[in-house]
Design a protein around this ligand. Sequence first.
Ligand SMILES: *Cc1c(COP(=O)(O)O)cnc(C)c1O
Length: 347
Amino acid sequence: MNQPVLRISRTQLIKNITAVQNRLAPSTLMLIMKDDAYGHGIDMVADVAQRQAGVSLFGGYDIATSLQIRSRVEPSSRVFAWATSDSDEVEQALRAGVDLGVGTLPYLHRVIAAASITGVTAKVHLKIDTGLRRNGVRSEDWPEFVAQAIAAQHAGSIEIAGVWSHLAEASDADDDLAAEEFRAAVEMLRRAGAHPTDLHLTASAASWWRPELRGSVSRVGAFCYGIRSADGPELEGIRPIAALTAPVIGVDGDRAVIGIGAFDGLPSTLSGIEIGTTAGNRQLQRIGVTTSELAAWPGATVGDDVWIFGPGHHGEHSATTLAESIDTVGEEIITRLTSRVRRVIGD
Ligand SMILES: *Cc1c(COP(=O)(O)O)cnc(C)c1O
């Protein structure tokens, strides 16, 4: 029991997902589950989201993650993988019924080839680049891309299920322009004879704050896990779902040694933060490899827990406030926690 523990609240996860769904409606939530469901564990999140929050659309980033989600959720649910991959994986994805994001012509050709080998019609979501210059078809290349995709749809190799892009979220004005480009790209595709039903452009922040930019689908990760934007406002109905504790493993005069360190994924730049103890906050003085030290408190005993972050206790309120103190984002703190940190699922 010398290990740190990440305690995850199933009930709060359900509440967050429900709050996001209500906020987005009638846009459908695609629950993003990359990086092992943002460090919370794919299997648990998939089970809870599907059975208790009615989620039927999931996003896994890469094909390996998406296959794991696919094997966990109902056949009628849909899973979307958008990382470009090799032919072997694409064939596996098609056999398993995973939707694919396609943002380059060579990848479109690979997907068409995999469809012909497997005999499965590939469900694809075409990606237009709306300014981020990150894997997506530039507007000048869109007409040719659309022409080839339509031809492949006529041939039965693919079904154009969606169109998507990613927003920079640097400024509202830039995002407005990106949304314009997105709508024009969808329009061109429709005029060419396709009827994509899944139109998705926004992630957590824009989905929540910019209803006019939402498509029929919204890809949301962070907010469902209770991770708000760094320096962003609190969100109605959304709370952190995870608390990170570490055990006291030694008391040496005025120092308490706790069983968590850089190997567990605790960034060493966090030294100096206040963490919660049963006697109130204490400063984390040193972060070592597998242990760290803080000022002891009267009665500090081996086996006591301290709270690095988490709701309902002293110390930092959430991974996001912790992240803000070192200029990063909350998901970075949780996804960096290694498998040495035991995940415990509770109500
Ligand atoms: C990670 C990711 C999302 C989700 O972003 P959040 O801010 O965590 O909601 C959406 N779309 C894509 C393409 C992503 O990579």
